[in-house]
Design a protein around this ligand. Structure first.
Ligand SMILES: NC(=O)C1=CN([C@@H]2O[C@H](COP(=O)(O)OP(=O)(O)OC[C@H]3O[C@@H](n4cnc5c(N)ncnc54)[C@H](OP(=O)(O)O)[C@@H]3O)[C@@H](O)[C@H]2O)C=CC1
Ligand SMILES: Nc1c(N[C@@H]2O[C@H](COP(=O)(O)O)[C@@H](O)[C@H]2O)[nH]c(=O)[nH]c1=O
Ligand SMILES: [Zn+2]
Length: 411
């Protein structure tokens, strides 16, 4: 399963579909094929999560490359056939329950059954109600099915699964502030609060989300392009949707209208309308980069899942605060957050925190493992949301990006 997770991680983190990996194992233990077994322990065979006394030969592997392309299981079956191997009787180890539905592609449960697969081991129950039920379909075909929960397999699609269960996107709120929590000086100047490394980091995050949201106030003040750019300034291959919220028009010459992701203007102040609209477009992960008005509206509605707070060593003493009144009049009424990652970026510091919401009975029923939710969130900070983040809360190693101080992103 660990190798299936590695394969899954090769897929795109953005887009409507999950990252899924699949490894096909030969039906019988095969002494001669030791060198083909990825991760075979040097000291000799050991039980693996397929339940065998010793690892088996890998006869095919695959992963999902994004909506509309073959699912991991089908990709792995193709791989076996490319190798000239008949997968009949093989075990399919897959990170997500095989799908049972005809969506953009045919159902994998049927594909595995048709290929004569003898045993399916999967890590995560599919939270997508349209696609779920593949395990049962396989059982009714007489195929042995094992559910083997795996923390990293869950963590890999944590953001996606949250969005799919909810039918609305996972929400990340990014703010770049001074030490005294200001996003602009008294005269309105707001560029160059945080440095180049923070900017590069924020662009890396943009490359991983499906949509970026700002309010019309930010469009008017900053004229942002809201594109995802590589280190050399060139547009990244994946461009998130650019969403502007508010009643004012986006000016004809706005940079937002230039090259980049599709521009969507939502003339509303209702955050739930915004999220429903984006959920309807299969947007799984949104990044809010708006000003204090938008940040306040989303926090007040308690729809923010993750906070990315970039803090610069500047003290202004006056100027717009990052967030307005949230209706919190006593400490006990404040929303609870848990820090899942801290990183120094030049002179700035990034803190990533996840909203801590007690699990409902439904969440517990949906969950695949007993893994602590924070552990999942920390793992996700490294794989799902921010880039190359280590679990560095208090004890992580310094990152390669800790050396240079530079300037704030011009968006
Ligand atoms: N440091 C940072 O992280 C950032 C700083 N900034 C700075 O913030 C400032 C702009 O702040 P701000 O005007 O708050 O920017 P916003 O992006 O939050 O836009 C606010 C506008 O959006 C519309 N709007 C959308 N939703 C709501 C809602 N729920 N309630 C009320 N209005 C809503 C309103 O305009 P309408 O009348 O059109 O409906 C409102 O005036 C600039 O100085 C900018 O440089 C901006 C982004 C990031
Ligand atoms: N195995 C697996 C998925 N399994 C299920 O299929 C759903 C998407 O189906 P479709 O619209 O046909 O692409 C997805 O939400 C998930 O529930 N999806 C994937 O994109 N890749 C895969 O490898
Ligand atoms: Zn499938």
């Amino acid at each position: 399963m660990a190798h299936a997770v590695e394969l899954a991680a090769l897929g795109p983190v953005y887009g409507p579909n999950p990252r899924v990996g699949c490894v096909l194992l030969a039906p019988e233990p095969d002494e001669g094929a030791w060198s083909n077994h990825v991760g075979a322990p040097r000291g000799g065979p050991a039980p693996d999560d397929v339940g065998d006394a010793r690892p088996r030969r890998v006869i095919g592997e695959g992963y999902h490359r994004g909506a509309g392309t073959p699912h991991a299981e089908i990709d792995a079956l193709h791989d076996a056939r490319r190798r000239g191997i008949d997968p009949r009787g093989a075990t399919a180890v897959v990170t997500l329950e095989p799908c049972s539905h005809t969506g953009r592609t045919p159902p994998c449960a049927e594909g595995l059954a048709a290929a004569g697969i003898g045993h399916v081991v999967y890590a995560v129950t599919d939270p997508n109600r349209l696609a779920a039920g593949g395990a049962e379909v396989l059982r009714t075909r007489g195929i042995r099915v094992t559910h083997a929960p795996h923390e990293r397999a869950s963590a890999l699609n944590d953001v996606w699964a949250t969005a799919v269960r909810r039918g609305a996107p996972f929400v990340t709120l990014k703010v770049a502030t001074t030490l005294d929590g200001r996003v602009a000086a008294a005269d309105g100047t707001s560029r160059w609060i945080t440095g180049d490394l923070a900017r590069a980091h924020a662009h890396e995050v943009r490359r991983r989300v499906d949509a970026i949201i700002v309010g019309t106030g930010t469009v008017a003040a900053d004229d942002p392009a809201l594109t995802a750019r590589n280190a050399d300034g060139a547009l990244a291959g994946h461009q998130p949707l650019r969403v502007v919220v508010g009643t004012r028009e986006v000016p004809a010459g706005a940079r937002l209208r230039g090259p980049g992701g599709e521009l969507v203007h939502l003339a509303t102040h209702d955050v739930h309308v915004v999220l429903a609209e984006l959920g309807g477009r299969e947007i799984r992960h949104v990044l809010i980069e708006g000003g204090p008005t938008l940040a306040t509206a989303f926090l007040r509605a308690d729809v923010v899942d993750e906070l990315h707070a970039y803090t610069a060593p500047l003290v202004l003493g006056a100027g717009a605060p990052v967030v307005g009144d949230l209706g919190v009049d006593t400490l006990a009424a404040a929303a609870q957050w848990r820090t899942v990652h801290v990183e120094r970026l030049g002179d700035d510091v990034l803190m990533i925190a996840r909203r801590h919401r007690p699990r409902t009975a439904r969440d517990a029923a949906d969950a695949d493992s007993d893994a602590d939710a924070d552990a999942t969130a920390r793992a996700d900070a490294g794989m799902g949301t921010a880039t190359a983040l280590t679990d560095s809360v208090g004890n992580g190693p310094p990152t390669a990006s800790e050396t240079v101080r530079a300037r704030k992103e011009p968006a």
